[in-house]
Ligand binder design. Structure first.
Ligand code: ATP
Length: 274
């Protein structure tokens, strides 16, 4: 169980996160969504131990997070692979510090290569891979550490729609197989609702949790199912209030939000093209 209690964070005296309180169940898939700059990355970085809170904090099984740990691994938007290493070597890289036996390393790497369907490409170098394949290597590099918690910061936002859909089903299969706890930052409501047990909506200035939406539907999910679409509409409705606040601050208090379109940031979509 991850518990975030009274978490506060400011940068240069400016509050970014305020009074964040929530518990995240072991084995769950939680998405964080909110206006740009509301502190989603800051929060996930604090959970990873890459940054420190100014008040309160994060506890995992009653132990306070004080720094990074191989139990918590991040996947970023940019795969950032070592260009001079092959797919296999990129994945094995982190393991070499914690596993001595080369047989064991090989077994673990081969296993995750199968999970992300890249076994055939293990001798390829990053420049020979598509964006989606690079991101799958990045996911494999995290999975091979066998973390309890996978923290994903907009992992698919740089990918085209078709690749993104492929990776959704791959990630979902991996999650159903491993039941690692996943915390997933996204701007895409459809992605959040399709993948998660729960969508946490954040507000801005300072960042707070404004809504917590459990998604009670089995997997795999069809985003055209009216039941699923209703969840998307609910999240959109709540997020719209927050985006409108920002738009009014930035564009004047008489600004009116156009239905179906979030101003100023085309990244906020219910799915593709909405
Ligand atoms: N290291 C830092 N120093 C100063 N300010 C920072 C730092 N990191 C983040 N911020 C500020 O904190 C706020 C929250 O940033 P953060 O990246 O966490 O938001 P976000 O919700 O992830 O944004 P986006 O959706 O655009 O990625 C922003 O105003 C940002 O400029």
């Amino acid at each position: 169980m991850i518990e975030i209690k009274n978490l506060e964070k400011s940068f240069d005296g400016i509050p970014v996160l305020e009074n964040i309180n929530c518990s995240i169940e072991e084995g769950s898939f939680t998405s964080l969504i909110g206006p740009s700059g509301c502190g989603k990355s800051t929060l996930i970085n604090i959970i990873a131990g890459l940054d420190k809170a100014n008040g309160g904090g994060v506890w995992i099984d009653d132990e306070k997070v004080k720094g990074t740990h191989t139990d918590r691994v991040m996947v970023f938007q940019n795969a950032a692979l070592f260009p001079w290493l092959t797919v296999y070597e990129n994945i094995a890289f982190g393991l070499k510090n914690i596993v001595d036996k080369s047989d064991e390393i090989r077994h673990k790497v081969e296993d995750v290569l199968r999970k992300v369907h890249l076994s055939r490409f293990k001798e390829y170098y990053p420049y020979q891979l598509s964006g989606g394949m690079k991101q799958r290597v990045s996911i494999a590099r995290s999975l091979v550490m066998n973390p309890r918690i996978l923290l994903m910061d907009e992992p698919f936002s740089a990918l085209d729609e078709q690749t993104r859909m492929l990776l959704h089903s791959e990630l979902q299969q991996i999650w159903m197989e491993t039941r690692q706890t996943i915390i997933f930052v996204t701007h895409n409501i459809r992605e959040a609702v399709k993948l998660s047990n729960r969508v946490i909506v954040m507000g801005i200035r300072p960042g707070t949790i404004v809504d917590d939406v459990p998604i009670q539907a089995g997997f795999p999910r069809n985003v055209e199912d009216p039941h699923i679409f209703d969840y998307e509409k609910n999240v959109f409705k709540r997020l719209k209030v927050e985006i409108e606040k920002v738009a009014k601050e930035e564009m004047g208090s008489d600004y009116r939000f156009k239905e179906g379109n979030i101003p100023g940031n085309s990244a906020y979509t219910m799915g593709s093209g909405i």
